[in-house]
Design a protein around this ligand. Sequence first.
Ligand SMILES: NC(=O)c1ccc[n+]([C@@H]2O[C@H](COP(=O)([O-])OP(=O)(O)OC[C@H]3O[C@@H](n4cnc5c(N)ncnc54)[C@H](OP(=O)(O)O)[C@@H]3O)[C@@H](O)[C@H]2O)c1
Length: 267
Amino acid sequence: MSINQQIAILGAGNLGEAIAKGFSKNFGTEHIILTRRHLSKLDHMKSEGFETTSDNQEAASKATYIFLCVQPKQLVNVLKGIEPVLDANKHVLVSTITGVSLEVIQGYLKDEFAIIRAMPNTAAAISESMTCICGNELSATHLPKVEEMFKTLGETLIIEERLMKAATVLAASGIAFFLRYIRAATQGGIQLGFEAEEAQKIAMQTARGAASLLVEGNAHPEREIDKVTTPMGCTIAGLNEMEHQGLSSALIKGIVASFEKINRITE
Ligand SMILES: NC(=O)c1ccc[n+]([C@@H]2O[C@H](COP(=O)([O-])OP(=O)(O)OC[C@H]3O[C@@H](n4cnc5c(N)ncnc54)[C@H](OP(=O)(O)O)[C@@H]3O)[C@@H](O)[C@H]2O)c1
């Protein structure tokens, strides 16, 4: 995919940088402008060819797609700051901000804008994000283009806005959940005699392989599990012990706890 328009990423922190790095592989750094207040923290991005500035207005006025990647509490200031240069006929606002609805974002602005919410994760930097997307009515004609942009960062799914918080837990927090599994498997491997690096390599590739079996084989997890659980074998012994200790239950409870928390902090 190529792009003619400019992309401004306002608030290039962890996620904004990840998106910028992912986009740059497809669009080139010349189409991407990054902002944050502590500009020196973007020096490494500047040296890679990205335009950087601490002036959100300047970035917004040069861009068509304005990505809002700041923390929720910083959003109002950023929107009020760029509003004088916003043009409803030109700009498309794309918010990655957790728990801030399309209606709330629109409520901060006088003119009606095409607004899209996207929930990617930090694997965007290596084009392996899972990005859930929804938009308001005015964004309908822009949604396919923005989805195409996010497809360059990994997989996408257009969802109803009511599911955005659940998407945050499953996809964005999900990165941490899967990484903790890999860390725990690594610790188990060390106890069995591997060096830490070896154990992590085995755990990482095995996790990737398990996911790829489902993705590429369009398979169901239980079918793939049945294939590796020999009757009376070591895999079923380990798996059943994990279940006795509450593995599935702990994961489901963790996901629900995360969802309850996101509902409390974004009410
Ligand atoms: N991290 C994730 O995996 C993830 C996934 C999905 C969604 N999100 C959402 O994405 C947003 C960003 O998350 P994050 O983890 O990237 O947070 P972060 O690392 O704190 O990034 C936010 C950035 O915004 C900058 N900023 C603050 N005020 C600004 C302003 N007025 N103008 C320009 N830049 C400003 C900050 O830098 P300065 O202090 O230098 O200005 C900071 O680097 C959050 O709303 C989060 O909920 C995050």
